[in-house]
Design a protein around this ligand. Structure first.
Ligand SMILES: Cc1ncc(COP(=O)(O)O)c(C=O)c1O
Length: 472
């Protein structure tokens, strides 16, 4: 059992204990708790710290831990925040675009929603060791340079390719914040942004929050279509394209080699920036991953974005933007205005993590695990819901993109899936404009195991039949 789950269990037990005590009562001593619950002293102090942070107990050094006074909040005490609706009306922002309505999954539910690795796929031990080594550095808590630590910039430059230099790299706090910064830096509110259709829902949310107008550009099995991209630039006058050439989220598509130069040329002819979201560089399923598009660029057209959260852990919020020319100076300025720099201990930990042989071993094991999970889910779906169309078995990434039979609604199907214990993402939120058809995005990385994925597919089959979505 992991340490955090032991301390979580102790918190639950202590909450039950507190329910039977009165405010001001003293809790058993740490020694008694250690004996009674058969846990270590560290677990007890972590559990007490959690309860103290919640305000359930107060600790008095030298005298012990006591049940905190209970603060009763009556209906009359509830703050009246209705004035905020008026005050905020001047700033257009629809949180519904950003947050997918999420109802809690029933106990024991299976998740195929979201886009991060299950904890058993994360390099938890290597992350812990890297953070510990980083914390021991004497300068760990010093201020970091605005652009990021030099060794980390060098690592991201090497990863992107031989034409990229460390001076082109700006370290960011993961990919999402970087996207938001890029959209704000490059395009004025009200202006168009071209996006593949479908595209990453978080990018759509960030674009809308920056006041941009997403304009869809159709894709086919080879990625974004260059001739329609040229039309979209001509029609809208857009100066910005957001795309994911490698293992596109949600479809898993890889941009065809012949199109790589074409889309850079089209963007360059339009005098536009092309943001390459390379979130899945380390999520290939075994075959060589195509080089980053930024390595084909000679004129500062491509602004590249990558992140360590996907192959490591959602909380390793370290990523990088690669850009050349005045846009980089502007991004540095925005970094300074937004938050000065990215927390140094996390940057140090990232350097420690990716510089060890354990990182390469982790990436190889991850690649094998993702390939296996992807195949298991694809096979299970073909068996359990033969009426659904799997658009492709991707060679990388974390998701399958499935088309539902005619007449099915994605959100009704997603609701039915949840009622049968499986969380999935409905497809319409990935479209910049009207969805072309009904789709679901099914993740194979967040579930606990391949067995859970097979069971999830079985539940999806039952749910699909219940709402008449099982057959074509
Ligand atoms: C395509 C894509 N880009 C960027 C991100 C942002 O990831 P993070 O902020 O965790 O680095 C995600 C996360 O789901 C994603 O799917």
């Amino acid at each position: 059992m992991s340490d955090s789950s032991t301390s979580g269990e102790l918190v639950t037990s202590l909450r039950a204990l507190l329910a039977g005590l009165a405010p001001g009562d003293r809790l058993p001593s740490s020694r008694e708790l250690i004996q009674r619950y058969r846990v270590g002293p560290g677990t007890v102090s972590r559990a007490i710290a959690t309860l103290a942070a919640e305000g359930a107990v107060v600790t008095r050094p030298g005298s012990g831990t006591f049940v905190a006074p209970r603060v009763a909040r009556s209906q009359d005490d509830a703050p009246d925040t209705s004035w905020q609706a008026v005050a905020l009306a001047g700033r257009d922002f629809d949180p519904a675009h950003a947050v997918e309505a999420s109802h809690p999954l029933p106990e024991g539910g299976i998740t195929m929603a979201g886009g991060y690795l299950h904890e058993t796929l994360q390099p938890t031990r290597a992350l812990g060791a890297a953070l510990a080594r980083a914390a021991r550095r004497p300068d760990a808590w010093h201020r970091a340079p605005t652009a990021g630590l030099a060794p980390l910039r060098a690592i991201f430059a090497r990863q992107a390719g031989s034409t990229v230099s460390p001076e082109d790299v700006l370290v960011t706090g993961g990919g999402q914040g970087a996207l938001s910064m890029l959209f704000r830096a490059i395009a004025a509110p009200g202006s168009p942004i071209l996006m593949e259709s479908p595209t990453y829902a978080g990018a759509l949310a960030a674009a809308r929050a920056a006041g941009l107008r997403p304009v869809p550009v159709p894709m086919d099995e080879d990625g974004i279509r260059p001739e329609l991209l040229a039309d979209a630039f001509a029609m809208t006058g857009a100066r910005l394209l957001y795309c994911q050439p490698t293992f596109h989220n949600p479809t898993g598509t890889v941009l065809a080699p012949v199109r790589r130069g074409q889309i850079i040329d089209v963007a360059r002819a339009a005098g536009a920036f092309l943001i390459e979201d390379d979130f899945a560089r380390h999520l290939g399923h075994g075959r060589p991953v195509p080089p980053a598009l930024v390595t084909d660029d000679r004129h500062g057209t491509v602004v590249h974005l990558t992140s360590l959260t996907k192959p490591a852990s959602p909380s390793l919020r370290i990523g990088a933007v690669i850009a050349r020319g005045p846009v980089m100076r502007r991004l540095m300025g925005m970094r300074y205005v937004d938050d000065f720099f990215i927390a140094r201990p996390l940057q140090e930990a990232a350097v420690e993590l990716v510089s060890t042989p354990a990182w390469e071993r982790h990436l190889q094991a991850l690649s094998t695990a993702l390939r296996e999970r992807c195949a298991v889910l694809a096979e299970a779906l073909a068996r359990e819901v033969p009426g659904w169309t799997l658009t492709r078995v991707p060679a990388g990434g974390l998701h399958l993109w499935v088309q539902l039979p005619p007449g099915c609604h994605d959100s009704a199907m997603a609701d039915a899936a949840r009622a049968h214990g499986v969380a999935v993402n409905s497809g319409s939120r990935y479209f910049p404009a009207e969805p072309t058809d009904a789709y679901l995005r099914l993740g194979f990385a967040a579930a606990a195991s391949t067995a859970e994925l097979a069971e999830g597919a079985r539940c999806l089959g039952t749910a699909a039949r219940a709402v008449g979505c099982g057959t074509g």
